[in-house]
Design a protein around this ligand. Sequence first.
Ligand code: NI
Length: 266
Amino acid sequence: MIFESHAHYNSEEFNKDREALFKRLPEEGIQYIINIGADLRTSRLSIEMAKKYPFIYATVGVHPHDVKDMKEENLEHLLHMAAYDKVVAIGEIGLDYHYEHSPKSVQKLWFREQLKLAKELDLPVVIHSREASKDTYDLIMEAKLGDRKGVIHCYSGSVEMAKDYIEEGFYIGIGGVITFKNAKKLKEVVKAIPLSKILIETDAPYLAPIPHRGKRNDSTYLKYIIDEIAIIKGVSPDEVEQATYDNGKKMYFDVEKINSWLGCQN
Ligand code: NI
């Protein structure tokens, strides 16, 4: 069983065949999908999908690309959306200095605010960080999150920084890039960190792995990511599948909360 820890199925790239795909995904072994919000609209759509499909869970948050339009009252909107049971994290949030679609100071401001929100709600965070390693790390440390930390999605930093994040209780998100020939640094990261700290993700519709690089990505391609991690770590694909499944549940699902629901039913 596969745990898809990061996809954007609200993307219009799926408008033509979303329903058909969602029918097929469980048949192909995809047990859970975390559908990621990137602004208010896609956060809302994520929740709609989670309401409709039992295997889909949602996150809500505003991506660094989009924080330039963010207003104070939008934090309220996120807070309201996060109250829904199947909202399992705040994200994706973070810093992107590569594209810098929003000014750096604005990115930092809303990253701080959304980290605060996650802490208040006791939800983990889904972090997007591109060419902003140090500032991302510093702001996360400054936020002093609770026990449930989160994941550094589509990790692109150094081995040392990955170890620092793990030390702090974070998971490292590994996607299609791991299958690319030039992904030397990322392969070293995967080699150096324990399997118990890795989540697998597609970031669909983006970043399809080899042999589908450049095409539309979907969760059925997670198998290529599993195979590559298995080769790097010298274990079986089954072991990678099982470990990343367990990790996904541990990170995104509040076991205590679920147990208390079950307790209520008895
Ligand atoms: Ni994403």
